[in-house]
Design a protein. Structure first.
Length: 218
């Protein structure tokens, strides 16, 4: 049976790229956002390009979450509390993928304290949901270029619920990345800091926002 995935903010930069890649998998997608015309056009384009007809759109986040198994909020960190309040009563046992990086205005630091993370804050806001950290260490452009110098970009996962983590691993594989599970949700503090470093490197060495992490072994 197909899993239903809602991407909230589907017509944004990250949201559209995640949606585009997952449309090629065996999933039913619900694209949620606040611009009906853009969502309608994007939905039609995805159906045509992926041959996946199980794609719909909505302006109602709560309704979409209620119908879904997995939710990916592709939104700014500053908006996650508002979204959590909106969907809290329908989030029980849902897998929610935290992709947010709590970046400061200059993108060289985090707004969160060292003892927490955006993902852990989301878990506190949605205590009955299963929060998994993923997709936050990749740039939006990476979703169309998952292989750099003949190496598939690694995408890291952190979470406390093993079954939820396993399902997110499959999302990452479908998106074309190499999934690596790094530990429980507290490891998301490290993952969010890693993105600060990657942004800094991209700006310093002019990677043009196309770069990714790779763990190399013998």
């Amino acid at each position: 049976m197909k899993k239903t995935i809602t991407i909230i903010g589907a017509n944004g930069n990250m949201g559209s790229n995640i949606s585009r890649n997952l449309a090629n998998g065996n999933y039913q997608l619900i694209l949620a956002g606040n611009n009906e015309q853009k969502l309608a056009e994007f939905t039609t384009a995805l159906k045509n390009s992926s041959n996946n007809q199980d794609i719909s759109y909505t302006l109602n986040n709560k309704e979409a979450v209620q119908k879904s198994d997995i939710i990916i909020p592709a939104i700014w960190y500053q908006n996650q509390e508002q979204l959590a309040n909106e969907i809290k009563e329908v989030s029980t046992d849902k897998i929610i993928v935290s992709i947010a990086n709590p970046l400061n205005e200059t993108y060289d630091g985090l707004l969160t304290e060292p003892t927490t993370s955006a993902a852990e804050e989301l878990a506190a806001l949605l205590p009955n949901a299963k929060i998994v950290k993923a997709f936050n260490t990749t740039f939006a452009a990476d979703f169309q270029n998952q292989v750099l110098h003949n190496q598939t970009i690694d995408s890291f996962i952190a979470g406390d619920d093993k079954n939820a983590v396993k399902q997110v691993e499959e999302l990452i594989k479908t998106s074309g990345f190499n999934p690596l599970v790094v530990g429980n949700l507290s490891k998301s503090r490290t993952l969010e800091s890693m993105m600060v470093m990657l942004i800094g490197l991209s700006m310093k060495y002019d990677y043009n926002w196309l770069a990714g992490w790779k763990i190399l072994t013998k």
